[in-house]
Design a protein around this ligand. Structure first.
Ligand SMILES: Cc1cc2nc3c(=O)[nH]c(=O)nc-3n(C[C@H](O)[C@H](O)[C@H](O)COP(=O)(O)OP(=O)(O)OC[C@H]3O[C@@H](n4cnc5c(N)ncnc54)[C@H](O)[C@@H]3O)c2cc1C
Length: 475
């Protein structure tokens, strides 16, 4: 997380900082001498940043004095770098309420002198480090700004990034980067879990083969159910990686093309995929990590195999940088209803085109993949239309009751599409591509049908809302 946050800090200052801020703060972070953090969360403001209370008061010299408490700040304090650059969200005294009154500040742990050397200790201190379920190599700090504990008097000295009250927009630069990166953390943990489970499954001898009549014990990777687990892990991981690579390629086009209309089009495609990369891939990592424990049997529950750590470390991924619920709100509200499904429908067309090419191939495996892809895409398209209709009727409780199922079914559909695209290319390359076809085949057979049941769940939104109304959790 430390490089991810530092990178996000660099990007936010690059996009919205002044020339002087860029000169002062970016080079030491690029060189790896300083690290960066992101300070959003406060005790009363987690998913809902409108509730932020930290204060920023403008001084005569144009700097600000920041005060308040931030919690859960990743790499907020450590001695592995010469300086720590905190990006902090806070409100000026006359700021409007809600997210339109939030400004963004750079608050260095040590002030930086004109010549780039480190100056006085700023008034920002870490009051404690959290004890966590996992990611024990990543310090999570409670940070207090403005408690008169530094060498600069009361109030941490901060520098405004961009305009007052426009902070959330700039912080979103950092958050989008971080969300994408957390999705990749999901894929990475899943990859490690898959490799570890595969190694163990080759070594562990237990049980006899269900076919062939031999009484000799075999390695567990010969059992169909263990193979199912291993293939589930592998295909989920490869699918999520393929979505991320595709999304990254769209971001490159959005940044590099000359035509502004084309750039905007690719940006919209990329932005639709970000909540899938973050939300779907991190939820997928839970399943893969738990399967890694399962493949290890009892040893999976014992620390020395290392898979228990993957299981614990994976658990934070669907929480930080916006929970799965928040990613689902994003994809359903901003990314689907707002443009009346324009981007989603673009994907539906592309996916059907891929299915047609697979069907035309004449290869039985590719045709099977095409049928499963087509069925998933039909369900995806139906759900998109259904949600747009609910949006038009302002039936938001109904629509949002299916938000996470929609996010997940979009993830499964995009995965099977990407794996199908890979299978097409692989089939053309002959034997060397056969593993890609096999992975897509398994995903189409065992995972893609999940789209259909998730679609049923979204479509039953009216019943879902009624069920909430008819129940009380009181004893
Ligand atoms: C290890 C760790 C590291 C972190 N690092 C950082 C960091 O570096 N910087 C930083 O600023 N923060 C950081 N955080 C904070 C993290 O981003 C928040 O914990 C997260 O955004 C959720 O906020 P919350 O904990 O207040 O949960 P809440 O917002 O209280 O959410 C609780 C539950 O309610 C749901 N929920 C809330 N609002 C909605 C809604 N509108 N619609 C649907 N569901 C909703 C959530 O999905 C969740 O299931 C970190 C947290 C942890 C645990």
């Amino acid at each position: 997380m430390c490089p991810v946050l530092t990178d996000g800090c660099i990007e936010a200052i690059t996009q919205a900082g002044t020339e002087e801020q860029k000169q002062r703060f970016i080079p030491p972070m690029v060189e790896g001498r300083w690290t960066g953090t992101m300070n959003l969360t406060e005790p009363q403001a987690g998913s809902d940043l409108a509730l932020l209370k930290s204060k920023a008061v403008r001084q005569d010299d144009g700097t600000y004095r920041i005060s308040g408490q931030k919690i859960f700040i990743t790499w907020g304090e450590h001695d592995g770098a010469e300086n720590i650059i905190h990006l902090v969200l806070a409100r000026t005294p006359d700021a409007p309420a809600g997210v339109k009154g939030i400004s963004l500040f750079v608050v260095p742990k040590f002030l930086v002198n004109e010549d780039g050397s480190l100056g006085k200790r700023n008034d920002v201190i870490c009051t404690s480090l959290e004890h966590k379920l996992g990611i024990h190599g990543s310090p999570t700090a409670v940070m207090v700004f403005g408690d008169n504990k530094g060498e600069v008097g009361e109030g941490a000295i901060g520098y405004l990034i961009g305009e007052e009250n426009d902070g959330l927009r700039h912080m979103f630069v950092m958050m989008n980067e971080a969300r994408f990166a957390i999705g990749l953390q999901g894929t990475s943990i899943a990859e490690r879990a898959t490799q570890q489970a595969w190694t163990y499954a080759q070594e562990r001898i237990q049980g006899t083969a269900v076919e062939g009549g031999s009484r000799e014990s075999v390695s567990i990777n010969k059992h169909p159910d263990v193979r199912r687990m291993l293939m589930t892990m592998r295909s989920l991981t490869e699918g999520s990686r393929a979505i991320a690579l595709y999304a990254a390629s769209r971001a490159d086009l959005a940044n590099q093309l000359d035509d502004p209309e084309e750039r905007a089009r690719y940006q919209a495609i990329y932005e639709y995929l970000v909540p899938i990369v973050k939300g779907y891939s991190t939820e997928m990592a839970q399943e893969v990590a738990t399967l890694a424990v399962q493949v290890h049997g009892g040893m999976g529950y014992i620390e020395e195999t290392g898979v228990a750590q993957l299981f614990r470390d994976a658990r934070i991924l669907p929480i930080y940088e916006g929970t799965t619920g928040i990613q689902a709100n994003d994809i359903i509200g901003r990314k689907t209803m707002r443009d009346e499904g324009a981007v989603a429908k673009y994907f539906v067309k592309e996916m059907h085109d891929t299915a047609s090419r697979l069907l035309d191939s004449g290869d039985n495996d590719l045709r099977f993949i095409a049928q499963k892809l087509d069925a998933a895409v039909e369900a995806y398209a139906g759900v998109v239309d259904f949600l747009i209709d609910l949006g038009a009727k302002k039936a938001m409780n109904q629509a949002f009751s299916g938000s996470v199922p929609y996010l997940m079914l979009a993830g499964y559909t995009h995965s099977v599409w990407q794996l199908a695209r890979q299978a097409l290319v692989a089939a053309e390359s002959g034997k060397s591509g056969s593993e890609k076809v096999a992975t897509a085949l398994f995903y189409a057979a065992h995972i893609a049908p999940r789209v259909l049941s998730l679609a049923d769940a979204v479509m039953a939104s009216e019943e879902c809302v009624r069920s909430f109304e008819g129940i009380s959790f009181d004893a």
